[in-house]
Design a protein around this ligand. Structure first.
Ligand SMILES: C[S@@+](CC[C@H](N)C(=O)[O-])C[C@H]1O[C@@H](n2cnc3c(N)ncnc32)[C@H](O)[C@@H]1O
Ligand SMILES: [Zn+2]
Length: 204
């Protein structure tokens, strides 16, 4: 059971009672592989649309969506909505609408990203268990920690063109992949993850 916009070599598994379900690799996923790309089936809502939703719908958006650089709430239609947060995330986004494996991911290992990159509405309590767990993940973590995440992205981006990219064909709806390739070729700088920041009061 997997969706094509999340890496095909993944499946949904129960992680534990605190975290619930999560996405686990079924085969090795090398550093530099795009693990998730925004695609045309993902739904997006303005802040006003979310504000007008009834509580049960609102709860789904609150739990499963992230906010993009335009301030829109994006609800992934596939297993990507089950990606959990880790303070030692193995998947991160630079300033594009896709995430890459920042290190090699082994079969059986959970794919995780950092909710600090997702423009949270409210602080998030983390139980990831990493030795350097930040405990509370804040809406403006991108501004405070973005420089460190950009540094973590340099090595995987250098490998972007050298590893198999099963999701590339699905990136047709975005200009971000060609931009990223130009960056890998040294034609422009790699866009900073901080480009994805959108303050809460700047959402409509
Ligand atoms: C996008 S969903 C991820 C899928 C979720 N685990 C599930 O089973 O539906 C986000 C929710 O997962 C849980 N979660 C994800 N990462 C977590 C973490 N590091 N610590 C505690 N809870 C986490 C929280 O309940 C959070 O609201
Ligand atoms: Zn943590």
């Amino acid at each position: 059971m997997h969706g094509p916009v999340l890496h095909p070599h993944t499946e949904l598994r129960f992680i534990n009672d605190t975290i619930g379900y999560g996405v686990v690799a079924t085969r090795p996923i090398p550093q530099g592989t795009v693990t998730w790309v925004r695609d045309r089936f993902d739904q997006s809502f303005t802040a006003a649309e979310v504000g007008a939703m009834s509580p049960p719908y609102r709860a789904i958006v609150d739990k499963f969506s992230f906010v993009d650089r335009h301030g829109h709430y994006v609800l992934c239609w596939d297993l990507a909505r089950f990606l959990n947060h880790s303070c030692r995330a193995n998947c991160l986004a630079a300033g594009y609408d896709f995430e890459v494996a920042v290190r090699d991911i082994a079969p059986g290992e959970e794919l995780t990203d950092d909710y600090g990159t997702l423009n949270l509405d409210v602080p998030f309590h983390c139980d990831c268990g990493a030795p350097d767990c930040r405990k509370t993940i804040y809406p403006d973590d991108l501004l405070r920690l973005g420089v460190a995440w950009d540094a973590l992205l340099a090595e995987p981006f250098a490998r972007l063109g050298a590893v198999e990219q099963p999701l590339e064909a699905l990136s047709a709806t975005t200009a971000d992949w060609p931009r990223a390739k130009a960056a890998c070729a040294g034609l422009e700088p790699i866009a900073s993850c901080r480009d994805n920041y959108r303050a809460r009061d700047a959402r409509r």
